[in-house]
Design a protein around this ligand. Structure first.
Ligand SMILES: [Zn+2]
Length: 135
């Protein structure tokens, strides 16, 4: 069960597609992200969905060199919206990519925004998150 309530008819990442047809496919392992932005969206959606599904996806899509031993999205945080600010490379023919984003959240401390410029790397056919700089 998702730890955080979300609307299953609309993907949390905000594409306007259903969760199932958008990031849900990636979370289930039924599809791979074709671009760094698509992976970024699926990772945001994984935080929004939370629970085991979200944690597993975050772990799988984190570079083995930089990922924590355990990924544990905070169930008290509700993710309320994603804005992609800028992308650099990260396309199907690239091996690295950068995605700058603003992720809106709400929780015990009140609403806030997390702004990060994230670096991604393509390993074989799969995009993975390497690290990021908080704005
Ligand atoms: Zn999505």
């Amino acid at each position: 069960m998702p730890a955080t309530p979300f609307d299953p008819t609309g993907c949390p990442c905000g594409t306007g597609r259903t969760y199932d047809a958008c990031c849900g496919r990636l979370h289930r392992g039924a599809a791979q992200a074709g671009t760094a932005e698509e992976l970024m969206r699926s990772r945001y959606a994984a935080y929004a969905v939370g629970g085991r599904t979200g944690a597993d996806h975050l772990f799988r899509t984190w570079h083995p060199r930089t990922r924590p031993d355990d990924v544990d999205p905070d169930p008290r945080t509700t993710w309320t919206g994603l804005e992609i600010v800028r992308t650099d490379a990260g396309g199907p023919d690239d091996t690295v990519g950068v995605v700058a984003f603003r992720a809106h959240h709400d929780g015990p401390g009140g609403p806030g925004v997390m702004a990060e410029t994230s670096r991604f790397e393509r390993r074989g056919r799969r995009w993975v998150y390497v690290d990021g700089d908080l704005a």
